[in-house]
Design a protein around this ligand. Structure first.
Ligand SMILES: Cc1cc2nc3c(=O)[nH]c(=O)nc-3n(C[C@H](O)[C@H](O)[C@H](O)COP(=O)(O)O)c2cc1C
Length: 203
């Protein structure tokens, strides 16, 4: 099994609920699959180019405007290749201002490529990587289970983007309420870690 970890949190693991969930998931997964090939992209530490005026045409196939744009385009292709090679993608992200960090979005922008992960047909768009599985480990300060606005848009964004690429096997593991007091934070984190360990057994 090829596993791609997409770490979208700049904190050390001991200070981060989403990273603790991800670590618990990976530990359980690697116990079950000691031969799993694991690759890690840390979107804060590794180069994840952001689309801009010069990179955008190159992303769509135009000759790169200069050597630096060519390098950034090639790096985007490298990120796409890493994503395509993965059977299982594990994303760890905090909720920041109701979504995720912008570096995570830049990674998504690099992998959502027409002809590679989705395509347009006469009958509308179809996803090209339906066999992939994704686990999203996230944490938020607030609790969003009450059904009232405001709602976080991180997990709806990711499920929409992944769904567009044909990926329906998406497991969301969240520790909400990390800002809702020490007891609540500890309880939701413990429940999420348990869920992560149980989820790993499914793969
Ligand atoms: C810049 C920033 C923005 C945040 N915005 C939100 C938010 O919109 N909603 C929320 O529920 N929590 C928000 N939080 C709280 C985090 O989601 C919370 O601390 C969570 O535990 C972060 O995940 P981590 O522990 O894995 O770092 C924000 C935190 C930071 C630092």
């Amino acid at each position: 099994m090829n596993v791609l970890r997409v770490i979208a949190n700049p904190k050390p693991v001991e200070q981060s609920a989403s990273l603790k969930i991800e670590a618990a998931f990976m530990a359980a997964l690697q116990q079950k699959h000691p031969d799993a090939q694991v690759t890690t992209i840390n979107v804060f530490q590794d180069d994840v180019p952001q689309l801009d005026a010069l990179l955008l045409p190159a992303f769509f196939g135009a000759p790169p405007a200069n050597a630096e744009i060519e390098r950034r385009r090639d790096r985007q292709r490298e990120l796409l290749a890493m994503f395509l090679a993965a059977d299982l993608v594990v994303i760890a992200s905090p909720v920041w201002n109701f979504n995720g960090p912008p570096q995570l979005k830049a990674f998504i922008d690099a992998i959502m490529v027409a002809g590679k992960t989705f395509k347009y047909t006469a009958n509308g768009p179809i996803g090209l990587v339906p066999e992939k599985k994704v686990v999203v480990c996230y944490a938020s300060g607030m609790l969003y289970d009450h059904g009232q606005p405001p709602q976080q848009t991180l997990t709806p964004m990711l499920t929409t983007q992944l769904g567009f690429m044909g990926i329906t096997n998406v497991t969301l593991i969240g520790a909400q309420g990390q800002g809702a007091g020490r007891e609540k934070a500890a309880a939701t984190l413990a429940a999420a870690i348990e869920k992560a360990q149980a989820a790993a057994a499914q793969f």
